[in-house]
Design a protein. Structure first.
Length: 623
């Protein structure tokens, strides 16, 4: 197997953001400059897994695992380094020569991977062609006017790669000119086939919305009919399913939304593509939409891996409310219990796109923030629809339905709040409602909540700040070593300053080893990046952990040479002195045990001298 050159490894590694890659497997949330989540390598309840996007590495404070994007995939998927490089190259759109494979002999890309790559390339070219026609040709003028009327800015058009497929069929002749394979074109979903086997453009006179996968690659299109007077044609036409597009596993805008979701802590589920795009333009960038009207269990699982909260933001009319009900039920049935669902219901007859156009971006952002409600609040209102609550029988039916929803709540505090609300509104005995609630919990096989804790205790737990990762306390010597290495790696002047010290060495073996390997690294590379050095440490897994600990250290970015010299003095003077003191004390103990008075006296004199010298160093530090 040919060794992959370092420059190619660097290119592949730099083609992706480590937080995006790890975010496909770990639910990450921004915490300061870093992202945190539950470690995928050991069981834990409190997040101790940290991803540093700036330096492109991860570190778990719990189990000590650390590394760059390649190491994560190697550990998580149990694959080789070369296989990890190949996977990252695919994610980042980097072409990796086929000779660099995990086998001992060159191997060509598998037929399936090759076909998928060709289909992705075809969709990318189609998206560029449609986009060019929209923005730069007379044929795109009607579509440009339509989008402007919908409040679509050029920035948004370019951000989402929106295009236009004109009346004149353009993609078929373009592919013929490129001499693309006929069977590949058939499988792409971009063409229709007549009885004679002749291919024609599937999308004609439609505004084209590219549909991207989680990595941002175009995998399909949704075309919006420009001339809606053609009543025999569907208003929206989506690509059929293909080897690269499965509508049940695809969410519109997930590639962009997941990044915003890490900051905001949630995703917004909208009904349509235009809603997502308008919300994005209004500053709500973490919006997604399902394909057409269907919301699937597969999409729930994808959302569950991406965020801890889903806000369903559908139209407030009857159809929208029914869709919210279906979406909530689907999530409750197919998520793992960690996804919190909230509802943002817009006024009846107004979708997010219309709300933004009518009220502006600021009002929309304010609305989705202020109008967020729990699913129980939604059902208290939704289940009233079509019922006359002045009728005792219909009121009983309503209360039964609502109590079944309240029974799903997992805290007695929340249950008590809603029971009080019902008792107050309908002048009912709260104890009777509680009895009915327990009955429904039994019928639904739900575990009754135990009110063992007071409400104050529950609130204290619910609103307590997240526990911080436990860190091992290190002594003064090791701290000096970490600080010194941290500055040495990132500042050539500090590196040169330390290297100029005669007979310098680190006290602990792991830091001395890291220092020696770093010396070799700098002789090969002119500059330092954390991710590249982690690659260099591939053969030293323990040193990877040591490096991650050093990199996690918070230091002043402006180098103070006095700090550097203090660290050096600790390592070259004080620490060896402490070692000498401990050695003399051990010798003195042994001499006393042997009743060697003469040796004990001499050792005592030596110990006093060393302690005085140590005291002198400490006094100098306090000046």
């Amino acid at each position: 197997m040919a060794r992959i050159p370092r420059e190619i490894i660097d290119q592949v590694r730099n083609s992706v953001d480590i937080s995006d890659v790890i975010g496909q497997y770990v639910q990450l949330k921004r915490t300061g400059k870093n992202f945190t989540g539950l470690c995928p390598f050991h069981e834990e309840q409190t997040p101790s897994f940290s991803v540093n996007a700036e330096k492109q590495f991860y570190h778990c404070f719990g189990c000590g695992r650390s590394g760059n994007v390649f190491q994560f995939l190697m550990d998580y998927k149990h694959i080789s380094f070369v296989e990890a490089v190949q996977e990252v190259a695919k994610l980042g759109g980097t072409t990796l020569p086929s000779s660099y494979t995990a086998d001992s002999t060159p191997q060509q890309t598998s037929p399936v991977d090759r076909e998928q790559g060709q289909l992705l390339d075809l969709h990318d070219k189609a998206a560029q062609l449609y986009h060019h026609i929209l923005l730069n040709t007379p044929a795109g003028e009607p579509a440009r006017r339509y989008l402007q009327k919908r409040g679509m800015s050029r920035d948004l058009i370019e951000k989402f790669g929106i295009g236009f497929a004109p009346v004149q069929r353009i993609l078929t002749p373009y592919c013929a000119q490129q001499k693309l394979d006929y069977q590949l074109m058939r499988k792409s979903g971009l063409f229709t086939e007549d009885r004679d086997g002749k291919l024609q453009d599937r999308f004609v006179e439609r505004v084209m919305f590219p549909i991207r996968n989680a990595q941002g690659k175009v995998i399909a299109f949704s075309g919006r009919l420009l001339n809606t007077a053609q009543t025999d044609l569907p208003k929206y036409l989506n690509s059929p399913e293909t080897p690269i597009f499965n509508k049940r596993r695809t969410l519109f805008n997930l590639d962009l939304a997941k990044k915003a979701a890490r900051d905001d802590g949630r995703l917004y589920l909208f009904e349509g593509f235009m809603d997502v795009i308008s919300a994005f333009g209004a500053g709500v960038e973490n919006g997604i939409a399902s394909m057409g009207t269907s919301f699937t269990s597969e999409q729930v699982q994808i959302i569950n891996r991406t965020t801890k909260q889903l806000d369903i933001c559908y139209d407030g009319d009857s159809a929208g409310q029914n869709a919210i009900d279906r979406a909530i039920s689907l999530v409750q049935d197919h998520q793992n219990g960690h996804l919190n669902v909230q509802v943002v219901q817009l006024p009846a007859g107004v979708d997010p796109d219309e709300y933004v156009q009518q009220n502006g971006a600021a009002k929309f952002r304010e609305y989705v923030h202020d109008q967020e409600e729990t699913t129980t609040d939604f059902y208290l209102r939704f289940l009233r629809n079509g019922r006359n609550l002045n009728n005792q029988q219909e009121l009983m039916t309503y209360l039964d339905a609502v109590l079944k929803e309240i029974a799903r709540l997992d805290t007695p505090l929340a249950q008590d709040m809603y029971l009080s609300k019902l008792a107050d509104e309908f002048k009912l005995d709260k104890a009777a409602l509680q009895g009915q609630l327990r009955q429904f919990q039994g019928e639904l096989h739900l575990q009754p909540t135990q009110p063992a804790q007071s409400y104050q205790e529950q609130a204290a737990i619910a609103y307590a700040p997240p526990a911080q990762p436990t860190t091992v306390k290190i002594d003064r010597t090791e701290l000096a070593e970490q600080i010194l290495l941290r500055y040495m790696l990132h500042d050539p002047n500090v590196w040169s300053h330390v290297r100029a010290q005669d007979h310098f060495h680190f006290v602990h073996e792991k830091y001395e080893s890291l220092y020696m390997v770093a010396s070799s690294y700098f002789s090969e590379y002119g500059d330092y990046t954390t991710a590249r050095f982690l690659d260099y440490l591939a053969a030293y897994p323990d040193l990877r952990t040591t490096l991650s600990q050093v990199e996690q250290l918070t230091v002043n970015p402006d180098v103070d040479m006095q700090v550097i010299d203090d660290c050096l003095r600790t390592l070259t003077q004080q620490t060896p002195l402490q070692d000498q003191i401990e050695q003399v004390r051990a010798q003195l103990k042994e001499a006393s045990t042997l009743n060697n008075t003469e040796l004990a006296t001499q050792l005592t004199v030596n110990l006093i001298k060393l302690l005085k010298k140590q005291q002198q160093y400490k006094a100098e530090e306090t000046k």
